[in-house]
Design a protein. Structure first.
Length: 559
């Protein structure tokens, strides 16, 4: 009856009012206790905004510190003349130019006046004075670079400490805001329920008065319809299909827009402004023809043998052809002559830089070149395992004076005959990493490393340097200035463009020459991949009879 409905509504209204007052009290007590009057705009606190600005400053300070460190370490091994050529110091250049002019004047007058002439003695004294001034100016320039490096370090440390402090403070504030939001939503929910019940109570009172004074009579008898008036199944199905199609298209476009990872050479050119030297597919499985025209999955590279050294063990595979393409692009990368010392690195670990180094070295050797692999990854070396040589002695042993270069450089057994000698001039030699030193960045940035690269550059056609990833450590950035060019390995579909651009920013900061990008481990088995057609083309081409069997290149070298 109407009276029963009114009683139920009034009882619920009373209970809801009590809950509303309790939630308001809890919200007020929490605001008073924590000193929070209301939620900030967009739920972003002042601390969070300051943290964002501090993070930007910290990133800039890291770049400044890297540039200052590289300049300081490079200047440590330079003569005053070299410093005058390198540093933008007009005083230093003026002293050097004046000294060179006096030397030329002295040489021109020597035959005429002789060494013992008083004017010649005056010139010698002046040259000695300028030489001492130039040396003093060079020392002062080094001290200034050292001071700039230490100031950059101190700035980075200070910003990092402030960043960590603000991060902790922001986390505490975020937890407080979350609890405040929960209490505020509880108040709003109870207020909405209370308002609805109050409206129902007023309507119940109104209906009670209407039925008290109004009589009811039957006008028309209700009739059951033949078909439901709602829902309209046919029209709803049409709208559902149309909405589903549009939602699917929008979802695909949104996913494509939000995906910032690098998948194709076109993205490399558009996002990084660099050429792509090669695309190495993740082609451990290939799709050849099964004889009926339909494709079927089989292994492109067998599971037995050295899967990483694919250019030597499986020369007829698709992956080997990709490395040969990288070799060709490298040989034609510079007009006149290709770079001889190439630093191979990546932005993060696990992108395949070491596999790229050993396979590119084998490809160059099989084309008739004498190649040296320098394992400069002194923290986690692996080239010695790939090329079947011992790790020690190696690069660290040479740089610390424990052995000479000739002792540390060894011939890979893949290119050696029964007597341990190479078959000819084309072969792959390895300078392994050696024992891990406590200061790898200092060793790699020393003048001894530059002298070593200059020495091996005269003995080999190509020198491939395997270095650590750029972002975790500074070893590669230090080494980049000593090589003729840098080859950046990017794992397809692994990292976003911001990670790769940060790595390139570190290389640009030290003015290194980036030759191009190797796009590694591209998934060609997915139907959406731009390289999906490789499965059919290479599957039919390399699956024919007469293709070179696995290990053919290695067998030919040992013959």
């Amino acid at each position: 009856s109407l009276s029963d409905a009114q009683s139920v509504v009034r009882q619920q209204l009373s209970e809801t009012k009590q809950r509303l007052e309790a939630s308001r009290k809890a919200l007020g007590e929490y605001q008073s206790e924590h000193g929070i009057l209301s939620l900030p705009k967009d739920n972003t606190t002042i601390t969070r905004e300051a943290l964002q600005q501090l993070n930007k400053l910290l990133t800039e300070a890291q770049g400044e510190r890297i540039v200052a460190e590289a300049a300081h370490r490079n200047a440590a091994g330079m003569t005053p003349d070299q410093l005058a050529d390198t540093l933008p110091d007009p005083g230093l250049k003026g002293l050097r130019d004046e000294l060179l002019g006096l030397k030329a004047q002295y040489a021109a007058r020597l035959d005429t006046y002789g060494r013992n002439h008083p004017d010649m003695a005056v010139l010698r004294a002046r040259m000695q004075s300028l030489h001492d001034q130039l040396r003093a100016a060079g020392l002062q320039a080094r001290e200034q670079l050292k001071a700039a490096f230490e100031a950059a370090q101190a700035k980075e440390r200070g910003l990092r400490a402030n960043f960590e402090r603000l991060s902790k403070q922001a986390n505490v504030e975020d937890r407080g805001l979350v609890q405040l939001l929960i209490l505020q939503r509880d108040v709003e929910t109870n207020q909405e329920i209370y308002s609805n019940l109050l409206q129902e109570a007023k309507e119940a009172d109104l209906n009670s008065g209407v039925f008290r004074w109004t009589s009811v009579k039957l006008v028309d008898r209700a009739v059951v319809p033949d078909a439901p008036s709602f829902p309209r199944t046919g029209r709803n199905l049409q709208f559902g299909l149309l909405f589903g199609l549009l939602a699917g298209i929008l979802a695909c476009l949104l996913i494509e827009r939000l995906d910032t990872r690098i998948h194709t050479p076109e993205e490399v050119g558009a996002l990084l402004q660099l050429p792509t030297f090669g695309v190495v597919p993740d082609f451990w499985r290939l799709v050849p023809h099964n004889g009926t025209g339909a494709p079927e999955l089989t292994e492109a590279v067998p599971r037995d043998g050295n899967r990483e050294l694919v250019t030597l063990m499986h020369p007829a595979s698709v992956v080997s052809e990709a490395y040969r393409g990288i070799r060709t692009n490298l040989l034609f990368s510079s007009p006149g002559s290709p770079p001889k010392t190439i630093l191979v690195t990546s932005s993060q670990a696990g992108e395949g830089k070491t596999v790229t180094v050993v396979n590119l070295a084998v490809s160059l050797a099989l084309s008739g070149s004498r190649v040296l692999i320098v394992d400069a990854d002194l923290r986690k070396p692996s080239c010695h395992r790939q090329m079947r040589v011992t790790r020690d002695p190696g690069l660290s042993s040479v740089l610390t004076g424990q052995c000479d270069l000739a002792t540390a450089v060894v011939l890979s057994p893949f290119f050696a005959n029964g007597n341990g000698k190479s078959h000819g001039t084309s072969a792959v030699y390895v300078l392994p990493a050696g024992a891990s030193p406590p200061n790898p960045a200092e060793l790699l940035g020393s003048g001894l490393m530059g002298d070593l690269l200059h020495a091996v550059k005269e003995q080999f056609d190509f020198v491939l340097i395997d270095s650590p990833p750029i972002l975790p450590v500074t070893d590669s950035v230090v080494m980049a200035t000593k090589a003729d060019g840098v080859l950046l390995v990017v794992k397809g579909g692994e990292w976003g463009r911001d990670i790769v651009q940060r790595a390139l920013g570190h290389l640009d900061a030290v003015h290194s020459r980036v030759l191009g990008v190797v796009l590694n481990c591209v998934d060609v088995t997915r139907g959406g991949s731009p390289y999906y057609y490789y499965r059919y083309y290479y599957g039919g081409y390399y699956g024919r009879s007469g293709a070179e069997p696995p290990g053919a290149a290695a067998s030919h070298l040992k013959a």
